[in-house]
Design a protein around this ligand. Structure first.
Ligand SMILES: [Zn+2]
Length: 596
């Protein structure tokens, strides 16, 4: 069999022909018409909804609803991908707006089914779920929220008041902070920068520029600390009033845990284990200080680069390296990743107007996912390629599920992507003879692990405390003091924390917009490290279990999917296994003699 991979690979754009030939024309218009027709048919079945509903009618409705979603995903996917390919194209822009509006109005018309299903009595819900095969978990998950759902009228009032309440508060936070202009002096010239541009200097070689960047960031946020802090208190009170007082969640974080379908005690265990391992990263920061020629790191230097090597990878070499590392793990995994190239679903070129960054978009279970990269040859770009192809592999392994059971839940969503990066790094480490390249790879891995695991865990620990403190009437300054204590616990003696960091928390949009979201990052990354540890220890016998986790997609809760693979997420030892991998990386770095 000839393969595109026998040619010399160059960066390319993707083809969307598997979705639609273009934004207009009969195929596209009939897809819109078909959705309308199916939604109308679905509405006509509303009268049949009753507790005694026959399973066949019920399943027919679920499948019709899924068919509507499938068509909508196809249109939505085409629109989103075409827009990413060229964000300046007006046809693409207008199409996205048209689809958004269309999908929102269709969603409102079918919403009654979801409300009815949540409201149905337990015995009949069980009866219908047991006959629903692959839709069981999807149906069960909707009903998890039954005890926390208010009457239709109350829900409506909350929705209406949120528009001018908590949602308006978040819009104000964005409007206010997105206007900020940051000043930074470099080579005698004062530059005016956005936050994104400013923070590039935090990863810069010059220590004084790193310090300047952080001082300016928190000078600007700190100027508005009274307002931003007050907004946070308001959002935290609103969260408590709604989630705990009205919806009867046991704690503020429990509302998020249910959305992730992660039991409360698992999150507590995860955060406890993270807290106990703070010393590991402190040890890493001490090591990093020696490499940077400093007695002690300042908080400004946490992301300082050690890297001296500027090794560049040709696209062809990089693609083969990534595919080869997947193949070595399992030929099936390698073949799936190759399909993304062969089907022309990969856009790797750098072009004007194209969306920056990288993503993987699985539109429908049976279609090869689309992957966007902006490949420029840095080692980061190679890692990103492995990461996004890992997402694609995850989707393709789960392609036998219907759409409603296909997407894995948030805490499992980064499993294959992070694992893919680990496979690549392992291959690079085993073959790279240049010591400086090896060292850069290891430092980058531990820097990333810090940012995803320790930093996010301590944010979540802070959020838990802040929600409690605000409830008890704490002032903005008291919350800032608690934040400083949190940083001191996280960094110990290993990092010097200057006083402006007391305003770091008011600069983190996540804790405003999606309270307690951040622990999912730590969950995902630690899970993968822990799995990788098992893979190293067990070799071949680990693989079927890993493939089973991925091929489960979103067909069950993370707890059950992992329990099936012999993993107990309730156990502290399991999470400690993830930290043991990081300790291994730190030890490898400690064994390299410091050059300076
Ligand atoms: Zn990802």
């Amino acid at each position: 069999m000839t393969s595109v991979l026998s040619d010399n690979l160059t960066t390319s754009a993707w083809s969307l022909a598997d979705l639609f030939p273009s934004h207009s024309g009969t195929e596209m218009e009939s897809a819109f018409d078909e959705i309308e027709a199916q939604v109308t048919e679905f509405e006509s079945l509303r009268a049949k909804l009753s507790p005694g509903l026959e399973t066949e009618t019920f399943l027919g409705m679920v499948k019709l609803l899924e068919s509507i979603h499938r068509l909508a995903h196809k249109i939505y996917g085409f629109g989103g991908l075409a827009f990413a390919q060229n964000t300046q194209d007006q046809t693409a822009q207008n199409f996205v707006a048209r689809v958004d509006q269309f999908v929102a109005s269709m969603e409102n018309r079918v919403l009654f089914f979801n409300l009815w299903w949540k409201d149905l009595d337990e015995a009949n819900a069980r009866r219908l779920m047991e006959a629903s095969g692959p839709y069981h978990y999807w149906l069960e998950e909707i009903r998890h929220f039954k005890p926390h759902t208010l009457t239709e009228l109350e829900e409506k009032i909350i929705n209406i008041k949120n528009v001018t309440g908590s949602k308006a508060m978040l819009t104000l936070y964005d409007t206010l902070t997105n206007r900020y202009v940051f000043k930074l002096e470099e080579d005698g010239e004062v530059k005016e920068l956005t936050r994104g541009e400013l923070m590039v200097y935090a990863r810069q070689h010059k220590p004084e520029l790193r310090a300047q960047a952080y001082q300016e960031l928190y000078r600007v946020y700190g100027n508005d600390s009274a307002i931003l802090g007050q907004m946070y208190q308001t959002i935290v009170r609103d969260w408590r009033n709604e989630q705990v007082d009205l919806r009867k969640f046991s704690t503020p974080i429990a509302a998020r845990n249910l959305t992730n379908d992660i039991p409360d005690d698992v999150v507590d265990t995860l955060l406890d284990v993270a807290q106990r391992n703070a010393g590991l990263f402190q040890r890493y920061f001490q090591l990093k200080a020696r490499w940077l020629g400093m007695d002690r790191l300042r908080r400004y230097d946490v992301y300082a680069p050690i890297a001296q090597s500027n090794k560049a990878y040709d696209y062809d070499v990089a693609a083969r390296m990534v595919l080869d590392s997947f193949n070595r793990f399992d030929p099936q995994i390698g073949a799936l990743a190759t399909r993304v190239f062969e089907d022309g679903h990969l856009d790797s070129q750098v072009r004007k107007g194209k969306r920056s960054g990288a993503f993987c978009w699985p539109v429908l279970p049976e279609l090869t996912p689309w992957v966007l990269l902006n490949y420029q040859g840095r080692s980061d770009d190679v890692a990103t390629m492995a990461h996004e192809l890992g997402h694609a592999i995850h989707s393709m392994l789960a392609s036998h599920h219907p759409l409603f059971a296909f997407h894995s839940s948030l805490p499992l969503a980064e499993t294959a992507s992070t694992f893919g990066e680990m496979m690549l790094v392992d291959r690079l480490l085993s073959e790279e003879s240049d010591e400086s390249v090896r060292r850069d790879l290891l430092f980058r891995q531990v820097d990333d692990a810090y940012g995803t695991i320790m930093r996010q865990s301590f944010f979540a620990i802070f959020e838990r405390q802040a929600h409690q403190m605000v409830q008890e009437g704490a002032s903005v300054d008291e919350v800032a003091d608690a934040y400083m204590a949190n940083l001191r616990e996280q960094f110990g003696e290993s990092v010097e924390i200057s006083d402006e960091f007391r305003w770091e928390w008011i600069s983190i949009p996540h804790i405003y917009q999606t309270p307690f979201y951040v622990y999912a990052y730590a969950f995902g990354q630690l899970l993968v490290f822990s799995l990788y540890q098992q893979y190293r220890a067990e070799g071949e016998s680990f693989k079927p279990r890993y493939l089973k986790i991925l091929s489960a997609g979103g067909s069950d809760s993370p707890e059950h999917i992992l329990a099936d693979a012999g993993i107990d997420i309730h156990s502290a030892e399991f999470w400690q296994g993830g930290f043991d991998v990081i300790r291994g990386l730190v030890e490898q770095l400690e064994s390299i003699p410091v050059e300076k």
